[in-house]
Design a protein around this ligand. Structure first.
Ligand code: GRG
Length: 279
């Protein structure tokens, strides 16, 4: 099977499980607008790269990936909440997300805040249910909480709002926390569920992939003419140099994959996808 087909197999299975889960949970729930707004953003057609990383790393580690859809859903719920809140007028003030009006444009600001709160809380309700399966699942949930929280993505977002200028060190902090933590977490969680196999190697690969993801994000924003107020690689290094940094980072990702003792062919494809992505 080629890379695109494997990616689609994970994504389609995840999508089906997610729809089933939200249908079941929202049936008869009150007030309907809350679930409607959560559902709107959750099913707005993201790339699902974080759950796909999780499922693929489970399979690479020899685990039954289709049985771990609840944690995959928890990961995507947290990612979606972060996008809803990031789009709010008090943050990035974006009218569009995933090619559609952003959550607050559809449902109003207050509902968008609550949709984000709802998704975040739901994610940890799911993780707590999974934690009851045993120590490995408990630890996986803890990794997710840590990555999403004040020592991870929230810290990165806070620094992003704080810094309008800076250098390499500030940029590295943003990359590592705002974007990187939620890319590392699915890989580390999968390794922990496999008994901690190659954990450090997966984390190192995830960190490099997170850096690549944000570098390409900065490049895409600059290419689309978005006048960013925030600190980006393009602002510090210029377009040409940032392109070369992304190439070098993709090369590092490939090298780091060699330190993982598993079939990592699919992840080589992921590195290519992230380097060349247009969305
Ligand atoms: C509000 C606590 C809080 C955090 C927000 C995610 C985030 C932090 C900000 C979004 C802005 C941004 C461009 C972040 C860096 C890269 C990123 C997370 C892009 C969006 O993720 P994709 O490309 O989106 O995986 P899809 O729509 O495919 O899921």
């Amino acid at each position: 099977m080629n890379f695109a087909a494997v990616y689609d197999r994970y994504r389609a299975a995840f999508e089906a499980a997610l729809i089933k889960k939200i249908e079941r949970e929202s049936k008869g729930a009150f007030p309907p607008v809350l679930w409607e707004s959560m559902r709107y953003s959750l099913l707005a057609g993201g790339k699902r790269i974080r759950p796909v990383l999780f499922l693929a790393a489970l399979e690479a580690n020899g685990l039954a990936w289709a049985e771990e859809m609840p944690l995959a859903a928890a990961i995507e719920c947290i990612h979606t909440y972060s996008l809803i809140h990031d789009d709010l007028p008090a943050m990035d003030n974006d009218d569009m997300r995933r090619g559609k009006p952003s959550n607050h444009k559809m449902f109003g600001e207050a509902n968008a805040i609550l949709a984000g709160d709802g998704l975040l809380s739901w994610a940890f309700e799911i993780a707590m249910d999974e934690a009851a399966r045993g120590e490995q699942w408990r630890e996986a949930g803890k990794i997710l909480a840590h990555a999403a929280g004040v020592c991870g993505m929230v810290a990165g977002q806070s620094a992003d709002l704080l810094w309008k200028s800076g250098g390499e060190r500030e940029l590295e902090f943003l990359y590592e926390n705002k974007t990187g933590r939620m890319i590392v977490a699915p890989l580390e969680m999968a390794s922990v569920l496999a008994g901690g196999k190659d954990r450090a190697a997966w984390v190192q690969f995830g960190e490099a992939l997170g850096r690549l993801f944000q570098l390409t994000d900065d490049l895409l924003d600059a290419a689309s003419g978005e006048d960013e107020e925030r600190l980006t690689a393009v602002k510090i290094y210029g377009m040409e140099h940032a392109e070369r940094l992304a190439d070098r980072c993709a090369g590092q990702c490939m090298q780091l994959l060699k330190t993982v003792e598993a079939d990592t062919g699919f992840f080589e494809g992921i590195v290519g996808l992230v380097r060349s992505r247009k969305i």
